[in-house]
Design a protein. Structure first.
Length: 322
C-alpha cells in the first residue's frame, strides 16, 4: 500500500499544479500505452460435516497494457497471464503448482499419471495466454475480446473439469472473473456513479462454485466515504438474483452442465478502494457463501439423503501501478 500512497500524493500534486482536480465520478481513466499489473488471490473452501473438506487456493499475476482509447472513451486493454501458483487439499490429498518452478515437466501416459502430475498439467500451459477487455469509462460495457483458445475454453466451461486442477482453472478463468479482474465490475447504466458518500447502484454478475451451475447475482454498491476528494471507499452486497428483477449484464451466460447439487442461497459482501485522482482501482476484497443441497437420486428412489453443505469463496485483487 506504500506504493499506492506515494502515487496518490504525486498525482494530487500534479492535479494542483495543472489546475485540475480529481474526477467527480467513479470512472476509469486510461491512456494508450498505460501498463499495470493485477494480483489475484482466489480461495474456495467446502464445508460438509466439518470445514475445509476441499480447500483450493489460486494466485495469478496479470499484466495489462492499454492498446488504445477511442474518441468515445472506450479503452481496449490487453491482459496476459504472467504467472500462476495453485494448491489443493482434499480429504488428505495434497497437490501444488508454481509456474515459476514447473515450466518443465515429464510427459507420461494418462494411465500412469499421478495426481500431482494431473494437477501440474491442468495449469502448466496458461502462463503466457492472453485476452482483451474493452472498457467504456461511463457505461456498463465490459466486453471480452480476442481470447486465446485455452482461455476461451476455460472461461465458458462452468466448473466442470477434473478435480485435480481442472475445476480450479475453470473457476479462476470464468468469464465474469476475467471481466472483474480488469474492471472491478463497477459500472452501471446510464453512467459511472457520482463520487459522493451514500451514492448507490447495482449491477448484474454471477457466481461459480465447483460442480454447481452458474448462479446469477445482483451486486449492490454503496460509497461509504470519500477521503479528501482523492479516494472512494465502496462496499457492496452480493445476493442471488430474482429473475423477475434482473440487473443489467453484458450478455447471457452460456449453457450450464447438469449438476447433482441444488443451490439454496447465495450471500456475500465486498470492499473496494478507488483512486479518484488516477481513475483507477486500488484494491478489491470479496467473500461469498453458497449453500448447497445434494439432489435425491431418483433412479434409486432415494428421497431422504439430501446432504447439505456450503462453499465459502474469497477473492482478493490488488492493482499495482508504476
Amino acid at each position: 500500500m506504500k506504493k499506492h500512497s506515494t502515487s496518490l500524493l504525486l498525482a494530487a500534486m500534479v492535479a494542483l499544479l495543472c489546475g485540475c482536480g480529481p474526477t467527480q465520478r467513479v470512472a476509469w481513466q486510461l491512456n494508450p500505452g498505460d501498463t499495470y499489473s493485477i494480483k489475484v488471490n482466489l480461495v474456495s473452501d467446502l464445508a460438509m460435516m466439518f470445514p475445509n473438506v476441499d480447500h483450493k487456493e489460486s494466485e495469478m499475476m496479470l499484466t495489462c497494457r492499454v492498446k488504445q482509447v477511442d474518441p468515445e472513451q472506450r479503452a481496449t486493454v490487453e491482459v496476459e497471464i504472467a504467472s500462476i501458483k495453485a494448491s489443493m487439499k482434499s480429504l488428505g490429498v495434497k497437490c501444488s503448482f508454481d509456474s515459476q518452478n514447473d515450466k518443465e515437466f515429464k510427459t507420461v501416459t494418462k494411465s500412469k499419471e499421478s495426481r500431482q502430475q494431473k494437477y501440474v498439467n491442468a495449469f502448466v500451459n496458461y502462463p503466457g495466454q492472453k485476452y482483451t477487455v474493452q472498457i467504456d469509462s461511463l457505461q456498463q460495457t465490459i466486453i471480452l475480446l480476442d481470447l486465446d483458445e485455452k482461455v476461451r475454453k476455460a472461461s465458458t466451461a462452468g466448473t466442470s473439469g477434473d478435480m485435480f486442477g481442472g475445476d480450479q482453472v475453470h473457476m479462476l478463468l470464468a468469464e465474469e472473473n476475467l471481466r472483474q479482474y480488469v474492471s472491478g465490475g463497477l459500472f452501471t447504466e446510464p453512467g459511472a456513479p457520482k463520487a459522493k458518500r451514500g451514492t448507490s447502484w447495482h449491477t448484474g454478475s454471477s457466481v461459480l462454485v465447483p460442480d454447481t451451475p452458474r448462479q446469477n447475482t445482483q451486486h449492490i454498491y454503496t460509497i461509504d466515504n470519500v477521503e479528501k476528494d482523492t479516494m472512494a471507499n465502496i462496499s457492496y452486497k452480493i445476493l442471488r438474483e430474482d429473475p423477475d428483477n434482473a440487473s443489467p449484464r453484458t450478455k447471457a451466460p452460456p449453457p450450464q452442465p447438469r449438476s447433482n447439487f441444488q443451490v439454496l442461497s447465495v450471500k456475500g459482501e465486498g470492499q473496494i478502494s478507488f483512486s479518484l485522482i488516477r481513475g483507477r482501482l486500488l484494491t478489491l476484497t470479496e467473500k461469498i457463501r453458497v449453500d448447497l443441497e445434494r439432489k435425491a437420486d431418483r433412479k434409486k428412489n432415494d428421497k431422504t439423503r439430501k446432504m447439505k453443505m456450503y462453499y465459502v469463496v474469497k477473492k482478493d485483487i490488488e492493482y499495482i501501478y508504476e
